[in-house]
Write a protein that binds this ligand. Structure first.
Ligand code: HMG
Ligand code: MG
Length: 298
């Protein structure tokens, strides 16, 4: 298959990134981060999550963040694990939410304290109510290439979960390599199985970069027709319930790849690098790239 002409990036740094950073940021900094990303051209930004603050304290201020975001510049999305999360999203006038299931029972228990089937039941009710409020729903499946607690996962099970999420009304399924263990061959095998039943336009890849394989895995996904990629500015974060998981693939690195491949993305790399430097300094992290570095050539 030939490479796609254009790709959509779902920026997950303000949620997937910040949820796993040890430094807690104030609401103003989070809002500045999201606005900076929108200004750099990111059209879909996961800006926070309405989960239990006891489980993920870093996301506790999400309500205030959403209330302060300027409407119109981008779609700001939120993670919601249950009806309580959806109600908070409705209260904040959020237009898109995401529910999140797992390919492994062990991860489902550790992450959201219920079985996969129980989670799907809850998500069905959440999705129905969301759609009644004209809120779009995205579905995640975590641990599609392996689980930190139980090891191997079954592609048939992933396919079934993806189908259930689509049937209940999710418009897209984001396949999460939560701990970054996939290699291009694994992505090829996984997508070959899933694409037998689900069209590429309903799939996204969400690849953590623990072992430096994410860019190669994205290239593999592009080769197989995937046109939506999740990424995190500055490669921030990880998952608090997946020990050892490093951040998502850095958005800057994805843009660099897309530039090299001549694939359209509508993101201003210079502005993105400025945002990356801003948030890295606020978190006390070394920035991935300085302006004028190799990332900046196109
Ligand atoms: P639980 O303890 O079973 O829930 O947690 P509960 O219903 O028994 O409630 C316990 C307490 O939490 C109660 O408060 C509730 O009110 C409160 P208390 O009475 O003790 O004071 N509560 C809430 N508060 C605010 N907002 C809510 C909410 N729900 C309950 N929505 C629960 C179940 C799902 C809530 C919990 O397990 C949870 O919040 N988990 C979220 C974990 C999480 O955010 N993980 C990271 C995101 S997933 C990820 O990173 C993977 C992804 O990136 C893809 C990939 O990489 O693979 C998406
Ligand atoms: Mg993730």
């Amino acid at each position: 298959m030939s490479l796609p002409k254009a790709v959509k990036i779902v920026e997950v740094g303000p949620r997937d990134g910040l949820q796993n950073e040890s430094a807690s940021l104030d609401v103003a900094t989070k809002v500045e981060l999201v606005h900076g990303l929108a200004d750099a051209g990111l059209q879909t930004i996961e800006a926070g999550s309405f989960v239990s603050p006891k489980w993920v304290p870093q996301m506790a201020g999400s309500d205030e963040v959403f209330k302060q975001l300027a409407p119109g510049q981008a779609t700001y999305t939120a993670l919601t694990p249950n009806m309580r999360g959806l109600d908070r999203a409705i209260e904040c006038n959020v237009k898109e939410i995401a529910v999140f299931a797992a390919a492994s029972e062990a991860f489902s228990q550790k992450n959201i304290n219920c079985t996969i089937d129980e989670s799907l039941e809850k998500f069905k009710a959440v999705t129905q109510k969301a759609m009644a409020h004209n809120i779009a729903v995205r579905g995640y499946i975590s641990c599609v290439a392996g689980c930190p607690y139980q090891g191997g996962v079954d592609n048939k099970k992933i396919n079934e979960i993806a189908q259930s999420l689509l049937d209940m009304g999710c418009y897209e399924i984001s396949l999460g390599d939560t701990i970054g263990v996939a290699k291009p061959d694994d992505i090829e095998a996984l997508l070959s199985d899933i694409l037998m039943d689900i069209t590429a336009s309903k799939l996204a890849v969400h690849l953590h970069d623990t072992y430096g394989q994410a860019i190669a895995n994205i290239k593999q996904s592009l080769n197989m027709g995937i046109t939506t990629i999740d990424s995190s500015v500055a490669g921030l974060g990880g998952c608090p319930y997946a020990k050892g998981a490093s951040g998502n693939v850095a958005t800057e690195h994805v843009i660099h790849l897309l530039n090299e491949l001549g694939i359209e993305h509508n993101i201003n790399l210079n502005k993105l690098i400025e945002v990356s430097q801003f948030i890295s300094h606020r978190l006390g992290r070394t920035p991935l790239a300085d302006k004028g570095s190799k990332l900046n050539v196109k």
